[in-house]
Design a protein around this ligand. Structure first.
Ligand code: UDP
Length: 382
């Protein structure tokens, strides 16, 4: 009855479902554990009209024109360039750390000297990861690197990952580099915005196709059995001969055969505040104070004319499989080695495709997932 089974309806599952349905005209069943589509991108309008991201802030940004054009088939965009402030020594300053931050924190003479030093050593408008800057032998740059490391990265990373910045893959802290210039934006990508009517509407449009059926509230293990020896897939106890696309946790798919892969989770605490605005920007990070890492105020993302506002505090924590959502794979060498055992196993399952943040155990951004799903469709499905 179905040609394809897809587990999960986040970007990975939904993009590939849409491609198969529209380009190949084949029948697809999406099996989704939650009571809604969209994965962690899911958003909803609260009664006052504010669009809330249920699983934390999702700001779309990409340099891939093909990804932007593809998604534009399903949504109009609200142009939005994300800005983040960090609360450092009693002041809210822009991050990524840039020349504006420098001048907000240090006395003007010192700031000017540091700015000149940065310009002597790095290209204007380039990005320097903090762990790179820390290697500098110049006395002034070393001072600056230590300052940024201590005030912005060390404690935030301890809260977020339970680790020091050097203990996690350098790609993680490189996501928020020191910026050699005056651009205050969190991302410099060519295309930035949020879906005008929210992500959920985008997903609804993507999946609105007679070839796509969606089964919500269903853990895939209720309907699918994987025989690890024969490598056969059973769907409602019948052998399934089509292709399975799996976007959940790869360790779960293989019944934790090599043990559990570590993930990091979050407690999300939403508050309604009876005033027009709570803070100056969509996101304020608190590297050194409190147990939460950041506060998001959704009204800044989709401008909304309301008397009240909604904020979200994120409290990072260890992942408890019984109760928590696995928001982040933990990017360390050791964990990559554990993952590679699962990947080897996955390579022997010719009729299963593993796709997305959890199935590939990668710290993908939304645009990376869309890009990958489009590529996988062309290379492995078509
Ligand atoms: N980071 C930090 N201080 C900050 C912002 C980021 O130390 O103020 C580090 C931290 O390790 C974090 C990583 O940079 O996990 C990536 O940050 P990003 O904002 O990209 O995280 P996400 O939005 O994916 O949670």
């Amino acid at each position: 009855m179905f040609d394809y089974l897809i587990i999960g309806s986040g970007f990975a599952g939904s993009v590939i479902a849409e491609r198969i349905a529209n380009k190949l005209n084949k029948k697809i069943l999406i099996i989704e554990k939650r009571n809604h589509i969209g994965g962690n991108c899911y958003d909803f309008k609260d009664e006052s009209g504010i669009i809330v991201h249920k699983y934390g802030p999702h700001l779309f940004h990409t340099d891939y024109k093909d990804v932007w054009d593809y998604l534009s088939n399903f949504t109009e965009w609200e142009i939005y360039h994300h800005k983040v402030l960090a609360f450092i020594d009693g002041k809210k300053v822009p991050i990524p750390f840039n020349f504006n931050t420098l001048h907000k924190i240090f006395p003007s003479e010192l700031a000017k000297r540091l700015e000149n030093k940065l310009l002597e050593n790095y290209q204007y408008n380039s990005k320097v990861p903090i762990l790179e800057l820390k290697k500098s032998s110049d006395k002034d740059l070393k001072f600056l690197a230590d300052y940024i490391y201590e005030k912005i990265f060390a404690n935030y990373t301890a809260k977020q990952w339970g680790m020091k910045p050097e203990e996690i893959d350098s790609e993680v802290t490189a996501r928020v580099p020191v910026f050699i210039g005056k651009d205050d934006r969190y991302f410099n990508d060519k295309y930035q915005g949020v879906p005008k009517y929210g992500y959920t509407k985008l997903f609804e449009k993507m999946l609105n196709n007679k070839n796509i059926k969606i089964m919500l509230n269903t853990d895939f293990r209720e309907v699918i059995k994987v025989d690890l020896d024969s490598k056969k897939i059973y769907f409602f106890n019948q052998e399934f001969k089509g292709k399975l696309i799996f976007t959940g946790m790869i360790d779960e798919f293989f019944d934790y055969k090599f043990g559990r892969l570590p993930y990091r989770s979050l407690d999300l605490q939403f508050n309604v505040i009876e005033k027009e605005y709570f803070q100056e920007a969509a996101v304020v990070n608190y590297p050194n104070n409190y147990d939460f890492t950041r506060i998001t105020e959704f009204k800044h993302i989709h401008l909304t004319n309301t008397e009240k506002t909604i904020i979200l505090k994120e409290y990072p924590k260890a992942y408890n499989p019984e109760t928590d959502i696995p928001y982040y794979p933990i990017f360390t060498k050791e964990n990559q080695e554990s993952y590679s055992k699962y990947k080897d196993l996955a390579n022997n399952f010719g009729n299963v495709i593993f796709l997305g943040r959890l199935a590939e155990y990668r710290y993908y951004d939304m645009d990376d997932v869309v890009k990958k799903a489009l590529e996988v469709f062309e290379e492995k499905v078509r």
